[in-house]
Design a protein. Sequence first.
Length: 344
Amino acid sequence: MSLLTLGIETSCDETGIALYQMERGLLAHALYSQVAMHNEYGGVVPELASRDHVRRLIPLVRQVMNEADVSLEQLDAIAYTQGPGLGGALLVGASIANALAYALDIPTIGIHHLEGHLLSPLLSEPAPKFPFVALLVSGGHTQLMRVDGVGRYTLLGETLDDAAGEAFDKSAQLLGLGYPGGPALAKLALLGRPGMHKLPRPMLHSGDLEFSFSGLKTAVLTLVKQSNDDEQTRADIAYAVQEAIVEVLAHKALSALAQTRLSQLVVAGGVGANQMLRHRLTEGIGKRGGEVFYPDLEFCTDNGAMIAFAGALRLELQQGKKDYRFDVKPRWNLADLGYGDLLP
Ligand code: KG4
Ligand code: ZN
């Protein structure tokens, strides 16, 4: 029997809903992004995020059910993001998931947001095969993980401070660009000239797979203060920022492949859309023989499909519960997932 799973993602500033069935795949999914609302504050405002999830969630569930032509009674389980993320935002998804499941007398399952990201490449074609290395780069994460199978994740390295997307966003803000700054900065960088400014490459040669980006924004701030405020200069700085971040990410991702002796690299998260990063990785992997996967952007930025999918896989492992007491885990280490001996 193939369970029909509803997935709910509300960990940050995106309400994501999806319906997944193992045999038929993704039946429908929808996303509401709050980016425009947070834009005027220059970043995500947690309280506003929670309130907006309350407004969007149920209409989005209805929309997805209609699209898939499925009724609530046909649902077998509900998966929701239990953490990590913004506490209030997570609570919206968790409480609606559990209330709905209680009313329908079906199990729920709390999913680790990063597990969703790590498994989401399997939703795209071509899909990587286990084992692979995943580079997770978004506004909230910068991580290199080894993925051997469902529930079998090893952290290879991560950022000690800011995430890569945050480094893009904060630099963009210093250049007077809006939020989220990554795409705007990348666009401005297209007009930039290489070699005009040299920014630090934090931890490039640290020999491990850790990252640090907080020093970069200080360097960018100094550079912006010292420079003219004309369009060409700003574009040159944008180019230098992008190059510094991309060089570190590409170097460490390729080192992770070398260290693990794996050949497949999956790039997930919003920063994975960056063309310069894609170019550097494709070039680097081409040289050493291997394959790089860029899952469809809609599956590698925050979305409900990855939560429905991870939920479906875990339900197959009999991990759903009909106990409607719930909590959320704003901070949750992936290593503490506790699959225990359920896995082969
Ligand atoms: O995965 P994502 O949508 O999730 C959250 O973090 O919520 O990632 C968003 C991040 C932002 O920091 C954004 O600036 C960055 O991804 N981003 C980019 C590009 N597109 C999105 N950064 C650099 N270049 C891009 N083309
Ligand atoms: Zn995410």
